[in-house]
Design a protein around this ligand. Structure first.
Ligand SMILES: [Zn+2]
Length: 226
């Protein structure tokens, strides 16, 4: 090897070491769902804006995520919540961020500005037990404050539209309670037959989510009349 080539090789090595140490987390695509795809909610008192995050190089396909979310959103209408906007952001990150774990996922929150409530679709979870989904409100975020108001879905989560609505209710209500009522969305096991929320569940969801800045009260003039 000539001295010049050796020098070039050293430079190349140095450059790749730097890239490895500080591989950036980037948003490579933002999809804003067209308003006409979002469910029309009559007599809604509150607006919700949702932020979905997928990772390039994982098994989740953005189209599958969007389809499941669009199926889930009408379930919120029974609480007077209108979905005012949904954005899906596709991230390019080092692969360690493709798996949920409290320290690594907390670090991701510090690498990018995350709009909330935020729902992340990861390849898998290192949590034990390994839930299909993990919902982190405020009250269960004291040991992991960066992760407040986020939800993490592992690939292959069952009944995804129902599970999505269920976890979202946990986060908006900042409450991990389950219901034993028949047909209730918050039964411990999600099922396509369990879709209802009680008035008490809805009023708690609206009050807590508004107080936590996750729902915006709609101006009276915007609300359709009965
Ligand atoms: Zn639950």
């Amino acid at each position: 090897m000539t001295p010049l080539l050796r020098f070039a090789a050293v430079l190349l090595f140095a450059a790749s070491t730097v890239a490895l140490a500080a591989e950036p987390v980037r948003v490579i695509e933002t999809r804003i769902l067209p308003q006409e795809q979002l469910p029309a909610a009559t007599n809604a008192s509150h607006d919700l804006r949702l932020y979905l995050y997928a990772f390039r190089g994982t098994r989740w396909l953005p189209a599958d995520i969007v389809a499941a979310v669009l199926e889930a959103l009408p379930l919120l209408a029974q609480c007077g919540v209108r979905v005012a906007g949904v954005e899906l952001r596709l991230l390019a990150t080092p692969s360690r961020f493709h798996f949920y774990s409290t320290p690594v996922s907390s670090q991701l929150m510090r690498e990018i500005t995350v709009a909330k409530p935020a729902v992340f679709f990861v390849d898998d979870t290192y949590s034990d037990p390994a839930y299909d989904a993990e919902a982190i409100g405020l009250s269960n975020a004291s040991t992991r404050p960066d992760l407040a108001n986020t939800i993490w879905f592992a690939y292959g989560a069952r009944d995804l539209p129902l599970a999505f609505a269920h976890e979202l209710v946990h986060v908006l209500s900042d409450n991990g309670d389950h219901s034993e009522a028949p047909d209730n969305l918050m039964r411990p096991e999600t099922s396509p037959a369990n879709t209802r929320l009680t008035d008490a569940q809805c009023s708690r969801l609206r009050a807590i989510a508004e107080a936590n800045g996750l729902l915006a009260r709609r101006a009276a003039a915007e609300m359709p009349r009965k």
